[in-house]
Design a protein around this ligand. Structure first.
Ligand code: NAP
Length: 493
């Protein structure tokens, strides 16, 4: 994507200033792409003291990415050094820090600087950080991520727990796990990675399951030193691996979730076989059996979860939670599950895009007002009435089980074509038309009816109206439609 052709600058405006908000995967990418195009006048505002976004925040035991590492990388910085097919989180964090250093964009980050307000005034954006720093820019690119606002469960007595109690994304590394009784609430992708990682270390592990999960058994082989050397010496093989894994996702999973019944049947069968063949106790097997369609929730990929659940010191608790007490978790059957440590693997608010930043667009209209009913964006990247304001991985990006890095690359290439309209002097500001945005969102909602995400389960994908925050069409369609903006759908002023 990095080589996507940008419109040739004419009466180039060399004075354009940008604010990139967030120094995670998308923010680093944006900075690199701006630099490549000679648009070096920008600051990356980062609320934390380190870059990396989700890979900085999550440090839980067992953290890895269940998207193959050879795809979960920038297309222009493929990495021969990955240790595993699905590499650990710390390696991914190192990768992003290394890429930021290599392209020199680490120096452009202003750390500990949370943008709390952005207001469009007189054709430019006035920004303010929490500590009162101000900036005026022509463009805002919000690379603020999706899964970074931890959800704490509304369970009575949560604060009364006597031992360490923390969210999975705020792992307390000072808490001792070895030889302790540890409880985990939740059975999402996170919990399913933590369970096998700590089962052998703890005296007892209680997994509190509200809803069972379908699990696709993906093996995670290590790359040998020989394989790494081969990828190092022959970058074309690394490129082939990137294309291979991309195709596998695009042709199978990405099609299945948006309506390809044949592909979905294969996935469902693989999950069912995994449960039947790899969980031996019939009672445990039934308690681990979901009652909704595979991939309705975000599909779990693991070949270590079921083995871990069958260890003698691991207990699956399916009775619902009554309350939390100083000594542990009390379930509705009256039983107290005594615990020393409690982990909340209870997920994130995936609908908080950009917020809590206060964004004020044309005519004083706030993003909160524009999105009072639903997070409606034009092709995930822009909002009517908010000129020269763009988002990466915004509402309805195709983020379900696919490399979000590829999505961001496609989106930034699209956004920078809009930036080029201003840069080349064709206009001063660009924003999507309200009618085009309404049309796009009506199409989205209609197409959602054909997806597995609305087939009857609760998941973080669904917004308060029950609409999935995902892309309901094929990946090919996304790539095709995002190749170039349709300028008839934009206001150029
Ligand atoms: P999640 O999928 O939203 O799962 C949250 C879990 O907590 C669910 O099992 C939920 O139960 C449970 N829960 C929430 N509130 C509860 C309550 N009050 N009482 C009991 N149980 C409660 O969160 P996550 O596991 O952190 O994963 C979030 C997303 O992060 C994933 O879907 C994925 O997109 C991403 N992720 C990716 C990777 C990767 O390898 N690429 C790894 C980890 C996470 P219900 O199911 O009943 O709602």
């Amino acid at each position: 994507m990095s080589s996507a052709p940008a419109a040739a600058p004419k009466a180039a405006r060399s004075d354009l200033r940008f604010a990139v908000i967030g120094a995670g995967m998308s923010g680093i990418l944006t900075a690199i792409e701006l630099k490549k195009r000679g648009l070096g006048n920008f600051t990356i505002y980062e609320k934390a003291d380190r870059l990396g976004g989700t890979w900085r925040d999550n440090t839980y035991p067992g953290l890895s990415c269940d998207v193959p590492s050879h795809v979960y990388a920038y297309s222009f910085e493929l990495n021969p050094e990955w240790s595993h097919r699905f590499s650990p989180g710390a390696e991914i964090q190192n990768y992003f820090e290394g890429v930021a250093r290599k392209y020199g964009v680490d120096r452009d980050i202003r750390f500990n600087s949370e943008i709390v307000r952005a207001e469009y005034q007189g054709g430019r954006w006035q920004l303010e950080t929490r500590d009162g720093h101000r900036d005026t820019v022509d463009f805002v690119i919000a690379a603020t991520g999706v899964l970074h606002k931890p959800v704490h469960p509304a369970i009575e007595g949560l604060d009364s727990f006597a031992g360490p109690c923390f969210h999975s994304a705020r792992w307390d590394h000072s808490a001792t796990l070895d030889g302790q009784r540890v409880g985990i609430i939740g059975t999402g992708s996170t919990a399913i990675q933590i369970v096998p990682a700590i089962a052998d270390r703890v005296a007892k592990l209680s997994l509190f399951q509200r809803t069972a999960q379908w699990v696709l058994p993906l093996p995670n082989p290590a790359y040998s030193e020989g394989e790494k050397a081969m990828y190092r010496d022959k970058p074309e093989l690394l490129q082939q691996s990137y294309v291979h894994w991309t195709r596998r996702f695009v042709d199978t999973f990405a099609r299945a979730v948006v309506g390809d019944q044949d592909e979905m049947a294969k996935i469902e069968q693989a999950c069912r076989d995994n449960l039947e063949q790899n969980v031996h106790d019939p009672d445990l097997r039934e308690r681990l059996r979901p009652n909704y369609r595979a991939a309705c929730k975000r599909l779990i990929m693991s070949d270590t979860f079921y083995p871990a659940m069958q260890k003698p010191n691991v207990d699956l608790v399916t009775e619902s939670i009554e309350r939390i007490e100083p000594a542990g978790v009390r379930t509705r059957d009256g039983r107290l599950h005594a615990l020393d440590v409690l982990v909340l693997a209870t997920g994130f608010d995936g609908h908080n895009f950009v917020r809590p930043m206060q964004v004020v667009g044309e005519g004083g209209r706030e993003l909160d007002q524009a999105w009072a009913q639903a997070n409606e964006a034009y092709r995930s990247v822009a909002v009517p009435g908010f000129p020269n304001f763009f988002m990466l991985v915004g509402p309805n990006s195709p983020i379900g089980n696919f490399s979000v890095i590829m999505i961001s690359e496609i989106q930034i290439a699209y956004i920078l074509q809009l930036v080029d309209l201003v840069r080349s002097g064709k206009c001063d500001a660009v924003a999507p038309k309200a009618a085009a945005t309404a049309r796009f969102n009506a199409d989205l909602r209609a197409a959602m009816q054909g997806t597995v995400w609305v087939s009857g389960c609760r998941s973080w994908y669904l917004d308060k109206n029950g609409n999935p925050a995902l892309w309901p069409w094929s990946f090919e369609r996304f790539r095709q439609e995002m190749q170039a903006p349709d300028l008839s759908e934009f206001e150029l002023t």
